[in-house]
Design a protein around this ligand. Structure first.
Ligand SMILES: [Zn+2]
Length: 210
């Protein structure tokens, strides 16, 4: 129906145009032709309206652009948040050594990243105070991941507390123990089940940068 009306208007205009002003049919925009039929003095109006609609299209495009930018920015922010949540180990609080009476007694701390020997999965970041082999990991020196850090808030029992286990291959790496002379919860580390990287230089570098 609309198409018929349009065709009617169009052909009527061509006739009028042919009678009144030869060359009007050269006009490329159908929109303009229809306007012309309604009002013979509408040339200016038509071009104005064409300008107007161009401007609107430009504005719309611009608005779309900026909302697209906004979306991108939002996406980036969510991504950053997600990365922060996924990697508590990289958070800046990890890169500050705990200095307390234990540290003073034992000497300069080091930061280790401890891995499962069986599957090479990173198990945790651990602050090792002073020299010597890594026989025990004290709960209060585990710096990441957060679920292991949070274990120090739980009630600790040698017989009932969870063991230190690789999350990937389930190998048991450490057994709950209390270091008696300090009455301090720890994991007795199974020496054949882990290895570590000393990442102390990364920690001190990060601390310097801040
Ligand atoms: Zn493993």
């Amino acid at each position: 129906m609309i198409i018929w009306a349009f065709i009617f208007l169009l052909s009527a205009n061509v006739l009028v145009g042919a009678q009144e002003a030869p060359g009007a049919s050269e006009s490329s925009s159908k929109h303009i032709i229809i306007l012309k039929k309604k009002d013979s003095s509408s040339d200016t109006i038509a071009s104005e309206s064409r300008l107007e609609s161009r401007k609107r299209r430009f504005d719309d495009a611009h608005i779309e652009d900026s909302s697209h930018d906004q979306n991108l920015q939002n996406e980036k922010m969510t991504q950053a948040k997600r990365m922060k949540a996924d990697k508590p180990a990289q958070a800046s609080e990890l890169f500050r050594f705990i200095h307390d009476s234990y540290t003073q007694r034992r000497g300069n701390p080091a930061m280790y990243e401890i891995f499962c020997r069986d599957c090479r999965k990173s198990l945790m970041y651990y602050q090792k105070d002073g020299p010597g082999r890594l026989l025990r990991c004290y709960l209060d020196r585990i710096r990441a991941p957060q679920d292991l850090v949070d274990r120090q808030k739980e009630k600790f029992s040698v017989s009932e507390s969870r063991r230190l286990r690789c999350k990937d291959c389930e190998t048991i790496i450490g057994w709950p123990m209390i270091y008696k002379s300090e009455n301090r919860p720890a994991y007795n580390m199974d020496q054949g089940k882990f290895y570590f990287n000393d990442i102390t230089s990364r920690v001190t570098k990060k601390a310097k940068d801040e």
